[in-house]
Every structure is written in structure tokens, then in C-alpha cells.
Design a protein around this ligand. Structure first.
Ligand SMILES: NC(=O)c1ccc[n+]([C@@H]2O[C@H](COP(=O)([O-])OP(=O)(O)OC[C@H]3O[C@@H](n4cnc5c(N)ncnc54)[C@H](OP(=O)(O)O)[C@@H]3O)[C@@H](O)[C@H]2O)c1
Length: 344
């Protein structure tokens, strides 16, 4: 049995879902793959819980029920504060899982945490896009130099192994990647078309059911989709800068725009495009004929079309969502555990 120690930094929606998922799946995973996943530290912005031999299933379930910012209450293993350096002084992880919020200005705290982990010789799995969007090359070079891997399949179409497939198409010249990469805005647009409500009503509904954040600006202003295009561009080896992605705000859309489109047999979609032939990237509201496959991708589903010199592929599946994202993170952890030599 291979024991794999992991630290989880960030214990919000995804962190909790991940810890709970490990508590439910650990036994099956060890039987199926001979890998024992040991969560040895879990941190939020206020504190950390540490158990060198790894939390058991019951402890993980109890932990995932703590209130927000409440990890410091997880007695007798927890305390307030604790920097990443202090955590690493107490445990020796094989894999660092970064689930902190995305900050597209500084990349922090994820950027510092990821570099810290790599410099300690620890593989990284991240769902936080910002460090990759801002510092992809630096992070990958740091990992490569040490024979480590950074896995991030949760960052684009979190519930669908799209990035893995794209990354594996190494013989292809990717010409264009375009699609619906943000679940929140697709839900809002779907609501506007199906129920003929205006943008504000659709946004409120999305917030009420937890599809949109209280501050939805990263989604509505196209930042999230633009960030995903940056990650895709790096995966296909033709990096673009976040600032170079043209973004149109979805908030300018009116019910009249939707009705006009419907009258002409079209629908409006918020489409993110990486056009590698014309060296441009944009997130725009686009009119699409209703029989087009993208037009039929509704609600929180994501879809992406990849065009290469040899083929055209279409992926449809779940975008984010805490449970789907937790599965993607666990898949990355298992990939590293099975494919890479972990220290023990
Ligand atoms: N939610 C999704 O479906 C989804 C899908 C794909 C990717 N992602 C990405 O995954 C990441 C996590 O998402 P989420 O929805 O779980 O976010 P979240 O609910 O906001 O949780 C973020 C967590 O990070 C903690 N945190 C903040 N600063 C920290 C620091 N300096 N040190 C340690 N912990 C810190 C927060 O602490 P407190 O609890 O104390 O505030 C919180 O526990 C984000 O980058 C997000 O963009 C999310």
C-alpha cells in the first residue's frame, strides 16, 4: 500500500467537498489502487488542523461540517493562525492541494503557496486559476526543474476532463478553442431565454440557488472565462496574457436583445474564443442559430469546440460546482499517486 500525505490549503466550498469525498472514497480507492490518501493538514484563512498520521474518516466528515473559517475549532488538532511555512515544519506532504480564492491582480495567496510547496519538493494540485493565469511559466519551470508535477484539471470545465484531453493532443496544431466556459453566465442566459425574464431577475435567481456569487463580477465581466482561455492557451503551448483578452460584459444584455434573437431563430450565448490563427482571444455575447450545438448547451453545462488542422472535437459537460470540482481534484491526486513517485 502506497501512503500519500496531502495538505489541503483552502477549506471553502471545494475544500470541504474534497475532504468529505476522501472520507467516503478512501477505502474503495485503497482497495482498487493500493493508494492510501492521508490528509495531514487542512487550513483556512483563520487556522489549521494538523494530524501527522492523517485524519480518519469520521474526523474528515466532522471537519467538513464546521462553520466557515472554523477549522481552528477542530479540537484537539487545530489552532488559530499558522503560515504555510509553519505547517510544512510539522508535516511532510507528498501533494499540496491549493483551494484558496482566485486573485487576478496578485495571484495570492496561491502563487506563494504553490512555489513554496514546489521548492519543498512537493507535487501540486490546484483548482485556483489565478496563480497559473499570472505565472504559468514560472510555476511549470519550477516544477520541471525538480521533477515534480502541477495538475490543474479543475480549473477549466472543472467537472469534465477536458484539459487532460487537450493536453494529450500533442501532435495537433490547435487552431481554435471556443465555447461556453462559465456556468453562472450560461445559467443566467438560459433563464432569460426560457422564462423571458430580464438580466437582473435572472442574476437574482442564480444567486438564490447558489449558482452565482454575492459579488458576481468575475463571471459577469468575463474575467473567469478569460482566465480559462489563458490556461487553455498555455496548455496548447501558445500563451496569451489575461490583459490581452477582449471582454464584453454580460450585464449589458437586455430582454429585448433576447427576444430579437428568438424572433430570428437564434439564441444569445456568452462565448469565449481563443483564435490562435488570428492571435486573438475574446469573451463576447454571440448570436447563434438555435440548431447549432452550442445553442443547445443550457443551464450550468459547459461546452467547448476544439479545432485543429486534423479534426474538430466537441466536449460537453459540467463546469464547476463544488462536488464536480472535488472529484477533479481527487483525480489529479490519484494521477500523481499512481504515475509519479511519491517520496515514501
Ligand atoms: N466552487 C467551484 O465550483 C470551483 C470550481 C472550479 C474552481 N474553483 C476554484 O477553487 C478555489 C476554491 O473555490 P471555493 O469555491 O472553495 O472558494 P471559497 O469557498 O471562497 O473557499 C476558499 C477557501 O480559502 C481559504 N483561504 C483564503 N485565504 C487563505 C489563506 N491565506 N490561507 C489559507 N486559506 C485561505 C478561505 O478561508 P475562510 O474559509 O476562512 O474564508 C476558504 O476556506 C477558487 O480559486 C475557485 O476559483 C472553484
Amino acid at each position: 500500500m502506497k501512503n500519500v500525505n496531502v495538505v489541503v490549503i483552502g477549506f471553502g466550498n471545494v475544500g470541504r467537498a474534497f475532504v468529505k469525498l476522501v472520507s467516503l472514497k478512501r477505502k474503495t480507492i485503497s482497495e482498487k489502487y493500493g493508494v492510501n490518501i492521508s490528509i495531514v493538514a487542512v487550513a483556512d484563512s483563520r487556522g489549521v488542523a494538523i494530524k501527522k498520521e492523517g485524519f480518519d474518516e469520521y474526523e474528515m466528515l466532522k471537519m467538513s461540517e464546521l462553520p466557515r473559517s472554523g477549522i481552528y475549532m477542530f479540537s484537539p488538532y487545530a489552532r488559530q493562525g499558522a503560515s504555510i511555512k509553519e505547517i510544512y515544519e510539522e508535516v511532510e506532504p507528498d501533494i499540496h492541494i491549493e483551494l484558496t480564492p482566485a486573485n487576478y491582480v496578485s495571484g495570492e495567496p496561491g502563487y506563494t503557496n504553490i512555489l513554496f510547496a514546489l521548492r519543498k519538493g512537493v507535487h501540486v494540485v490546484t483548482a485556483n486559476k489565478a496563480p497559473l493565469v499570472l505565472h504559468y511559466n514560472e510555476i511549470m519551470n519550477e516544477a520541471r526543474a525538480r521533477g515534480l508535477v502541477v495538475k490543474f484539471r479543475a480549473t477549466v470545465m472543472g467537472g469534465t476532463p477536458f484539459l487532460e484531453m487537450l493536453g494529450s493532443m500533442k501532435s495537433h496544431e490547435v487552431e481554435k478553442v471556443e465555447g461556453i466556459l462559465n456556468a453562472t453566465t450560461n445559467y443566467i442566459l438560459s433563464e432569460m431565454h426560457e422564462n423571458l425574464i430580464d438580466f437582473d431577475q435572472a442574476l437574482k435567481k442564480a444567486q438564490a440557488i447558489g449558482v452565482a456569487e454575492a459579488d458576481p463580477s468575475l463571471d459577469i465581466e468575463g474575467f473567469d472565462a478569460a482566465a480559462k482561455l489563458c490556461i487553455v492557451s498555455n496548455v496548447v503551448g501558445k500563451p496569451i496574457d489575461l490583459k490581452s483578452v477582449y471582454r464584453e460584459s454580460l450585464s449589458k444584455i437586455t430582454l429585448k436583445d433576447v427576444l430579437d434573437a428568438i424572433r430570428q431563430g437564434q439564441v444569445l450565448k456568452y462565448v469565449a474564443t481563443l483564435d490562435l490563427q488570428n492571435k486573438s482571444a475574446f469573451v463576447k455575447i454571440v448570436r447563434i442559430p438555435k440548431e447549432n450545438i452550442l445553442a443547445q448547451v443550457n443551464g450550468t453545462l459547459n461546452a467547448v469546440r476544439v479545432k485543429t488542422e486534423a479534426t474538430e472535437l466537441f466536449f460537453v459537460g459540467k463546469g464547476g460546482g463544488r462536488i464536480e470540482t472535488a472529484h477533479s481534484v481527487l483525480d489529479d491526486v490519484l494521477f500523481i499517486s499512481l504515475e509519479k513517485v511519491v517520496k515514501k
